[in-house]
Design a protein around this ligand. Structure first.
Ligand code: ADE
Length: 231
């Protein structure tokens, strides 16, 4: 890969990487800031997409079109959906799906975008393997691979999060990953999403998110740093 695109939604999710990049130059497009530079000797473009699927989608298309990103890594925090996951654990995307797409009234399954070949976007298998190896090295026993569920909703309810697990088989939930995956899929660009758990998407989610986001974001970055070194 010649140009590695790296996206985080919030300032906390890009902070360490931005500090560690070299020769950094910034540019604005569509209201977002893109940082070109090098990291572990590789050419990277880092951006803070902002929160939500539309921000992340626009950001990804700009990364591909204007910066020539030929691989996209997403780094950040998520709410745990699989009850076996604890705060700080890491999910590597096997695939991702937009859980808030609901055309069930017309008979389409929850999460399915009508008249489209795929609604669950597989991550690049090679990137998943590199991420798994990175995870085993950096946080042994704390990483797993699973389905990332994205929606324009902060989930903070036990019944809702149980539904995401039982109906959609999600590992974690966040607000950007599957839209990045969709744009990458539409452009034929490989991607993987790395998410560290800041909360359990339940009644305590808002408190845990506030307390654990910085630590969780830093753990996700540690994996991304290792991936970039092995790309
Ligand atoms: N990001 C981190 N925690 C989240 C949650 N509970 N819901 C949606 N996005 C999140």
């Amino acid at each position: 890969y010649a140009t590695i695109g790296i996206i985080g939604a919030m300032q906390e999710e890009i902070k360490l990487l931005l500090e560690q990049m070299e020769g950094t130059q910034s540019e604005q497009h569509a209201g977002l800031t893109y940082y070109r530079g090098t990291f572990h000797g590789r050419k990277v473009v880092l951006t803070q997409s902002g929160v939500g699927k539309v921000n992340a989608a626009v950001c990804t298309q700009v990364l591909i079109d204007r910066f020539g990103a030929d691989v996209v890594l997403f780094t950040g925090v998520a709410g745990a959906v699989d009850p076996e996951l604890n705060i700080g654990d890491i999910v590597i995307s096997a695939s991702s799906l937009q859980h808030d797409v609901d055309v069930t009234a017309l008979g389409f399954p929850r999460g399915t975008i009508p008249y489209q070949a795929v609604s669950e976007y597989p991550s690049d298998e090679g990137l998943v393997r590199l991420a798994q190896a990175a995870g085993e090295k950096v946080f042994p026993g704390r990483c797993r691979t699973g389905k990332v569920l994205s929606g324009d909703q902060f989930i903070a309810d036990r019944a809702v999060v149980r539904g995401l697990y039982e109906e959609l088989g999600g590992a974690c939930t966040e607000m950007e990953g599957a839209s990045v995956a969709q744009v990458c899929h539409m452009n034929g660009i490989p991607h993987v999403i790395i998410r560290s758990m800041s909360d359990k998407a339940d009644g305590s989610a808002h408190v845990n998110f506030a307390d654990f986001t910085v630590e969780a974001a830093d753990r996700s970055f540690a994996i991304v740093s290792e991936i970039v070194q092995s790309l």
